[in-house]
Design a binder for this molecule. Structure first.
Ligand code: ADP
Length: 396
């Protein structure tokens, strides 16, 4: 099966072409355009490049196009992206203003140009469909809840991949199978003690997810990706009273407050140095106190959520790190795992600094394993799209 995955930013169009057979998947081409003003032209260019390289003759050779859509309120999952999905993306753009307009537009253009090629949307909220009510309701008036104010969760593609892969690495193919088929079959009860995983996606934006037997049961992300851990430029969790208070004290408009919380906060706002953890660490190592504070706040917040989910799950079989920060910074993993021997996690510091991806980084006597699983979100979109399209073929 050939699946094209389209990654749309507010001014970019990137693509990867995957070939999938059974359980194996490989990327066969990638490319894209920056500073895009016309997504239609970018789509034509991508297909022209793929045809020029001999990967496809035309769009007709594609079995589907996958889109990693972010948010459309109650509409979630891995779904065929018809016009109602485009409308849902437009209707909910207030909470995902950077992502929803380009995805709505990209889906429309693919539909108009290549109506015979199925389009699949994999929502970043999809993995959280089965989070229990008590973990996704805010204590707001009922009218607010009915207006959609609740915890949705994000980074679903990445955390679901962790759910599948960690179960394989921990020798639980039964759990891996439930995780793989989750969007087709929903959760399945597995007899015996559940496999408990806490997944830390730490990158340009970051979140922690609690996973029980392959299914998410909690997330640090809330109503929007503007929540949970401090992000590169976004604030993360904040007392709701802080917004009106800062607006009054600093004389800010709603738009100014939103912009400052979205662009001038997070690791950037705390450190005053950069939104990139590499720069912040280098500054901290040179003695910059604000940079060190940003690191301390970030680590504290990661540990806060790990601790919350550790209790929720009644223990933790594996603590997983993924994405740019989680994969590449042994010093940060060491800081996150410090002083946890009492509750059953002891990191092997030497192994943490040297072992290849997907090794167990914990000491031999540690009850909890520590594993780095590299993220590949485009691959996840391709896999989910292929699963959906294959299931549709089987079911007629
Ligand atoms: P995005 O979320 O934008 O896809 P990443 O997952 O790559 O980006 O996360 C970006 C963060 O990961 C940055 O803060 C950066 O410091 C960190 N990072 C990425 N690559 C490395 C690396 N090779 N070494 C250390 N840190 C890295």
């Amino acid at each position: 099966m050939k699946i094209l995955v389209a990654n749309l930013g507010s001014t970019s169009f990137k693509y990867r072409l995957f070939s999938l057979e059974g359980s194996s998947a490989s990327m066969i081409a990638r490319g894209g355009s920056e500073r895009v003003t016309d997504y239609g032209a970018a789509i034509d260019k991508a297909l022209g490049e793929l045809a020029g390289a001999g990967h496809v003759r035309s769009a007709k050779d594609l079995d589907g196009v996958g889109f990693k859509t972010v948010f459309a309120g109650e509409l979630t999952g891995c779904v065929l992206a018809d016009e109602s999905v485009e409308k849902a993306l437009r209707d909910t753009a207030d909470l995902a203003p950077a992502h929803n307009p380009p995805y709505a537009e990209g889906l429309r253009l693919f539909r108009e140009r290549h109506p015979g090629v199925p389009r699949v949307a994999l929502f970043e909220t999809a993995f959280y469909q089965w989070v229990p009510d008590y973990a996704r309701r805010y204590a707001v008036p009922e009218a607010w809840y009915k207006a959609g104010i609740r915890r949705y969760g994000f980074h679903g593609a990445s955390h679901k991949f962790v759910a599948e892969r960690s179960a394989e690495l921990l020798g639980r193919p039964d759990v891996a199978e439930v995780a793989r088929r989750l969007y087709l079959d929903g959760p399945r009860t597995i007899p015996g003690a559940p496999l408990r995983v806490v997944s830390c996606h730490l990158g340009g934006s970051s979140s922690v997810t609690a996973i029980s037997d392959g299914v998410a049961v909690g997330t640090s992300m809330g109503l929007s990706p503007q929540s949970g851990l401090p992000q590169s430029n976004r604030v993360g969790d904040l007392d709701s009273a802080a917004v009106p208070c800062a607006m009054r004290r600093l004389g800010l408009s709603v738009e100014q407050a939103e912009k400052q919380l979205c662009k001038e906060s997070g690791l950037q706002g705390l450190s005053g140095v950069s939104n990139d953890l590499r720069d912040i660490k280098a500054a901290a190592d040179r003695g910059d106190a604000r940079a060190q504070l940003a690191i301390n706040v970030f680590v504290h917040s990661i540990r806060h959520w790990i601790g919350a989910f550790w209790l929720d799950l009644g223990g933790c079989d594996a603590l997983v790190f993924t994405a740019g920060i989680g994969e590449n910074n042994a010093w940060l993993r060491e800081a996150v795992c410090a002083g946890l021997s009492e509750i059953g996690l002891t990191l092997d510091v030497a192994t943490n600094g040297s072992a290849p991806f997907e090794s167990n980084l914990a000491a031999p006597d540690s009850r909890t394993q520590v594993i780095v699983i590299p993220a590949n979100e485009e691959l996840v979109v391709a896999r989910e799209a292929a699963r959906l399209l294959a299931a549709r073929k089987v079911n007629g």
